[in-house]
Design a protein. Structure first.
Length: 324
């Protein structure tokens, strides 16, 4: 087992391995927090990243076990990011953020009395006057949650770094389920319908970070918003100084981001065929075609002269035949 004195100051990229080794030794999270003087919230960040990388799994309350060999590259690819970690982001990786989920709930006994549960458990809440029907807002794990009679609306504040928008969305949904299970535990409820959570993503943004086009717009002090018949779907943004080319349509953002990413990857793969190079090639071809046309015109004139010569020769031959 690693000596605690040697890893006290290792929090950072190596701390994932430290937490992994602690779990491997069978040490409970509460003891890990005490040993390394970190908060439960901060430890949960590392545990969640390791779990998304499928290196550990939870087998009981506060009990984890190893389920894969440590892979630093895999962990880095599944790290949940915040505005304090821009140095960890590679150009044209995807940052999924601004998620809003709407969870449909079944008919629950005493659900209309949920305010009483909040008061009994000491959970702070406030009334949502702008919603149709009764609604309350609470905070769970720093996330804003609206509870209504028929649904629960969850606002995810985290960003998720991944190679594709689909992967980023997967990580966000993973955290959604974790949050919903915590909410079920607090309220003593079950929000599954036919054994499954029924939800939709009502808002989602996916950005290609440190994007060359976004950097150019920032230098020029310009903004870009692109609309289709379905509304706004693409913007240039500079959140957290990440120079982002961002897809924002609530329904098509994932697919839109994939298309935008393929477009930029295509440009990168054919960097020797930039618009400037293509225009130069077109210009050169145009000059060649012009030269060809000049030569062709000259050839046509020569052929016409040759034709006249042939006709004259034929006439002379006919005259000679008659004399003979």
């Amino acid at each position: 087992m690693e000596k605690i004195e040697e890893v006290k100051n290792k929090e950072g990229k190596n701390f994932y391995l430290t937490v992994y080794n602690q779990i491997k030794e069978g040490i409970r999270p509460s003891i890990i927090c005490k040993n390394f003087n970190i908060s439960k919230q901060k430890l949960n960040y590392y545990l969640s990243s390791l779990k998304r990388a499928e290196l550990i799994k939870k087998i009981g309350y506060g009990v984890w076990e190893i389920c894969g060999n440590f892979d630093e590259k895999k962990v880095k690819e599944t790290i949940r990011i915040t505005k304090y970690q821009p140095d960890k982001i590679k150009p044209d990786f995807v940052r999924g953020h601004a998620f809003q989920f709407k969870l449909k709930i079944p008919k629950l006994r005493n659900w209309e009395k949920r305010e009483e549960i909040f008061k009994k458990k000491g959970i702070e809440f406030k009334e949502l006057d702008h919603l149709i029907g009764r609604g309350q807002e609470i905070l769970i794990k720093g996330r804003k949650i609206w509870l209504t009679n028929k649904s629960i609306i969850i606002f995810e504040k985290s960003s998720y770094l991944a190679k594709t928008a689909k992967e980023a969305r997967k990580y966000a949904i993973y955290d959604l389920f974790e949050l919903v299970r915590s909410l079920e535990s607090i309220l003593g409820a079950n929000f599954r319908i036919n054994k499954k959570y029924r939800f939709k993503v009502s808002r989602q943004h996916y950005s290609l970070v440190k994007n060359a086009l976004a950097e150019q717009y920032k230098r020029d002090g310009k903004k870009l918003q692109v609309y289709s018949e379905d509304g706004l779907w693409f913007v240039i943004d500079n959140s957290y100084n990440l120079y982002e080319a961002e897809t924002v349509h609530p329904k098509t953002a994932v697919d839109d981001n994939g298309k935008v990413q393929n477009f930029f990857n295509g440009l990168k793969a054919t960097e020797n065929y930039t618009p400037q190079v293509m225009m130069q090639a077109v210009t050169q071809n145009a000059e060649n075609l012009n030269n060809y046309a000049v030569h062709l015109k000259s050839h046509v004139k020569s052929i016409k002269l040759l034709g006249k010569g042939v006709k004259t020769l034929n006439k002379s031959i006919k005259k000679l035949d008659k004399k003979l």
